[in-house]
Design a protein around this ligand. Structure first.
Ligand SMILES: [Zn+2]
Length: 326
């Protein structure tokens, strides 16, 4: 087992049956439901899958976890987490901690903005159209599509949420609307379960099914690029909105994108200040400080993670090998 005697695995949903994988950059985080089931069965056979409440009791009161404890988590709150992932979790009797954004407190939450941006930029390049964004890392024409997209995501993260939403409106109109759900387009864009975030009624269903809900900011920016005031608002109001919507305390937080370029000491302090009991990364290490309850590592599982790789990550072997090779 990794240091600390426990592991946290992190998913982003499963591929719904009405979706055909086309954009690997985006779909690469979603597992086939049968692969997801296989991994849960592996966890149950070799580890103690713990309920998020027991994990919380360990964090808050030091209540001992069973040996080889594993916590299952899932980020973002795509609709397939309710329609396609929850049935697998229920039939395997595995509890999960879901991190959702403030968008899921709405009636019509739409998509993750950076996924929508990816599809819009695929439909029509944004170059030279007066869609200026702050920041110096302007994409060079020679760079590949993915690098241009990610550079745009980082620059748009510097806008406050309102300005970013207005900018996305401009991009949408420039690109002739979001390809998703437009029936004349390829099947890859038609699946609501693939692309849409859960709305408030669906979020309540997830919570009422016995799953635990954690916070993942209001609008999923790269937090480290937000102004301090905006970052504080994203973290605190993400928590407050979910607590109002669900009528229960939200004690866990996951940093959006969750790596050392997306968060740092400031974000750790903001998560503490907001009143969370703990906060999760999306990586297995965080170099800037020794591990504490606000930089909890997670094993990020992707569609390309094989079962032997999954096992190596859980055993800590993968992390030890990485350290050994520097
Ligand atoms: Zn996320």
């Amino acid at each position: 087992m990794p240091p600390g005697g426990y592991a946290v695995v992190n998913y982003h949903g499963v591929v719904p049956s009405d979706h055909s994988v086309a954009e690997v950059v985006l779909d690469g985080n979603l597992l086939r439901p049968e692969i997801f089931r296989q991994q849960l069965q592996f966890l149950k056979a070799h580890y103690h899958v713990v309920h998020p409440d027991d994990f919380r009791a360990w964090i808050e009161h030091g209540k001992q976890l069973p040996p080889r404890a594993v916590l299952v988590t899932c980020d973002d709150g795509l609709l397939n987490t309710l329609t396609d992932m929850l049935p697998v979790l229920q039939s395997e009797k595995v509890p999960c901690l879901f991190f959702v954004t403030g968008a899921s407190c709405d009636l019509k939450p739409g998509m993750l903005w950076y996924e929508e941006l990816y599809l819009l930029m695929r439909a029509r390049p944004l170059d030279g159209l007066g869609l200026q964004l702050p920041g110096e890392e302007a994409a060079e024409p020679s760079r590949d599509f993915q690098a241009q997209w990610w550079s745009t995501v980082r620059r748009a993260s510097r806008l406050d949420a309102r300005a970013r939403a207005d900018w996305m409106d401009l991009v949408r109109s420039h690109c002739g609307g979001t390809p998703v759900l437009r029936s004349e387009l390829s099947a890859a864009f038609r699946s609501e379960r693939r692309w849409r975030l859960v709305n408030i009624a669906e979020l309540r269903k997830l919570a009422e099914s016995g799953m635990t809900i954690g916070a993942h900011t209001l609008s999923h920016p790269v937090l480290s690029l937000c102004s301090e005031e905006e970052a504080r608002h994203e973290v605190q109001e993400g928590k407050n909105g979910l607590e109002r919507a669900l009528g229960r305390q939200v004690w866990a937080f996951a940093y959006p994108f969750g790596n050392s370029s997306a968060m740092g000491e400031r974000e750790v302090a903001l998560a503490q200040e907001a009143g969370f009991s703990c906060a999760f990364l999306n990586v297995e290490h965080w170099r800037a400080a020794p591990s504490n309850s606000f930089t909890l590592p997670r094993i990020h599982v992707t569609a390309s993670t094989t079962l032997p790789e999954f096992a190596a990550h859980l055993s800590g072997l993968h992390a030890r090998l990485q350290r050994a090779v520097g």
